[in-house]
Design a protein around this ligand. Structure first.
Ligand code: G3P
Length: 220
């Protein structure tokens, strides 16, 4: 499973790269706004930082021609930019146009396998079901991931990869590996949580203490 970082914060991206745990980055307008930055500047800097790994940048338009125009602009920012388009009727139409133009698309705001099917049929390189936000409103978001994974396995012509988005917990990541998500996009906090287990900290402390005590006894 690939790990993308769901952030526009360059310090977080640098840390994840240093750990060897960043296969790409996804942004959205909220994440860019959180950094108080202009989207073009932020995405160009991130795209440069991550080398040839994909960086998703979202369109703000909601009508076909305007979406395609924005998609072309964003794709010209850097060779590794993937354009995020909302999975609405005009968006799906624009996904098809952009895919035909060779612009890689991340179909975003997916909340059902039906929406993922439409995006996959339109040639989206990635489909992004929002698992956490489905859980928020009482659905099992991971069921959607499972359904999409089965659907994509059943049809060779549908070549989209699943990005498990809105991943908020370690459980989301682990269940995602079992449900067939190709990629999970993680907030930095969730990436950090993957490392954590109290038994590891307790075990490490006792290993180091035991050895230190033995050295002190030998030295003394
Ligand atoms: O980037 C889209 C998605 O990952 C948003 O996550 O936590 O705001 O639902 P969240």
């Amino acid at each position: 499973m690939k790990f993308f970082l769901d952030t526009a914060n360059t310090d977080e991206i640098k840390q994840a790269l240093d750990w060897g745990l960043c296969d790409g980055v996804t942004t959205n307008p909220t994440l860019i706004a959180r950094e108080g930055r202009n989207m073009e500047d932020a995405v160009k800097e991130i795209a440069d930082l991550v080398g040839d790994r994909p960086v998703s940048a979202e369109v703000l338009a909601v009508e076909h021609d305007a979406i395609v125009e924005e998609a072309q602009e964003r794709a010209a920012w850097a060779p590794n930019v993937v354009v995020k388009i909302p999975t609405i009727p005009e968006g799906v139409k624009a996904m098809r146009t952009c895919s035909e133009l060779g612009i890689p698309i991340n179909a975003t705001l997916i909340f059902s396998s039906a929406q993922a099917l439409l995006a996959a049929k339109a040639g989206a390189a990635y489909v992004s079901p929002f698992v956490g936000r489905q859980d928020d409103v009482g659905y099992d978001g991971m069921r959607t991931v499972e359904e999409i994974a089965v659907m994509l396995r059943n049809y060779d012509a549908l070549t989209s990869e699943i990005i498990l988005a809105s991943a908020r917990t370690v459980g989301h990541v682990i269940r995602g590996t079992q449900c067939g998500a190709h990629i999970v996009t993680l907030p930095f906090k969730t990436l950090e949580q993957l490392f954590k287990h109290p038994m590891t900290d307790i075990g490490l402390e006792s290993f180091l203490n035991d050895y230190r005590e033995m050295q002190e006894q030998l030295g003394g």
